[in-house]
Design a protein around this ligand. Structure first.
Ligand SMILES: [Zn+2]
Ligand SMILES: [Zn+2]
Length: 251
């Protein structure tokens, strides 16, 4: 009898333990943690957006005004403006063509400076010319090219002796020009209204500079004229508002 009584009470204790174990973990898991999680997820508010910064569009990226919520990290782009796209300006010559070899020109974006295209060029792409007095006179320079220009001294085996009337007129991409020692004359308005042209050097081989040769070159700030020039035409530097002084050799 004693043994049976002991067994019965042991069974009750085991049962009690099982019940307690079954309830306890469920209670501790359920109560506080879930509530905490719920509060995190369910906090909602209406964003109050304030202007944060303005971003201007570039060649490749859109522009916008960025707004950020005063109470959270949320951002929103407004007034979105399309990327501007590259703006091809005149092509710059990287390698000068000669009678024997082609050169290389680069098309560069005027806004960001990125090289958009490279292509081979010949002297004939750059210059139109005539043969006169045993030499070559350049009658026109192709306005699609700019930058620093080295005028060749030989074309088709002949000396380049002259730069004709209006040959470089309105070449707005031209920034500086080197005239070779073979040239003896610069024509009327030869470099007229080259608005970006900032420097020019005229070699001693040039004896005459035509009327209005550099008129309207508003950006021209440096002109060097070598000894040998005997005639500078009327108004050769008319309306060159950036020019403060020129050294003219005394003949
Ligand atoms: Zn917010
Ligand atoms: Zn660009």
């Amino acid at each position: 009898m004693k043994e049976r009584k002991g067994n019965v009470s042991k069974k009750w204790i085991v049962l009690l333990c099982v019940m307690v174990c079954a309830f306890l973990p469920a209670h501790t898991d359920a109560a506080p943690k879930v509530r905490l999680n719920k509060t995190k997820v369910t906090v909602k508010h209406t964003h109050k957006f304030k202007e944060c910064r303005k971003v201007s569009p570039t060649c490749t990226e859109e522009g916008y005004v960025l707004y950020q919520c005063a109470s959270c990290e949320a951002t929103e782009k407004r007034d979105v403006k399309e990327a501007l796209g590259h703006k091809a300006e005149c092509e710059e010559i990287k390698e000068y063509p000669t009678d024997e070899a082609n050169g290389v020109a680069e098309s560069v974006c005027g806004r960001c400076g990125e090289v958009l295209e490279q292509k081979e060029i010949t002297l004939q792409d750059l210059y139109t010319y005539v043969f006169r007095n045993g030499g070559v006179v350049i009658t026109e320079f192709s306005g699609e090219y700019g930058g620093e220009i080295d005028i060749p001294d030989i074309i088709e085996g002949k000396n380049v002796i002259g730069i004709g009337s209006s040959a470089f007129e309105d070449c707005s991409g031209l920034s500086s020009v080197n005239i070779p020692e073979s040239v003896t004359s610069i024509g009327y308005c030869a470099f007229g209204d080259c608005s970006r042209l900032s420097s020019v050097s005229i070699p001693g081989s040039v004896t005459g500079i035509g009327n209005y040769a550099f008129s309207g070159c508003s950006n021209l700030s440096s002109v060097s004229i070598a000894e040998g020039v005997t005639r500078i035409g009327d108004s050769a530097f008319y309306n060159c508002s950036g020019l403060s002084s020129i050294n003219i050799p005394v003949v």
